[in-house]
Design a protein around this ligand. Sequence first.
Ligand code: FES
Length: 157
Amino acid sequence: MADPQSLRWPAAANPAIAAAQRNSGFGSDHGASRPIKAIGEQLDNGSNIIATPELFDAYEVFAAELAQIFTQPWLAVDHASRLAADGDYVRADIGSRSVVLVRESADQIHALRNACLHAGYRVCEAEAGNATHLYCVYHGWSYALDGRLTDPMLQPK
Ligand code: FES
């Protein structure tokens, strides 16, 4: 018999997320634990697992997913076949982060933080496409496909 409490997320390593879990009552008899308990009861009964909509709306579950899954060192984002030609790129928003995967050449694929060095604005708004460089529309800084800042106005004379 599965203990519904055993289905709780482990304590968050991130103190802010752990505090959010404590403050929300996550893991107690109210709040987000209800849909988790329901899954535990379904397991106990040997029935099919049906996740309730509340499970997908619970901030505490989202915070736990960020801490336990989406902030881990390696994540598979997409298949390299989506970057078939030089200059092909795909934007991926993972948790609260945005990255750009870009093929610079046949043997060079880069994963770049999707944030401008100037003030952090996204350098890639489209979900996918092809480009010769990345360009920040906020103030016009431009970047090579390997992430190097290439704006000629910013080069030393
Ligand atoms: S934030 Fe990108 S150029 Fe200013």
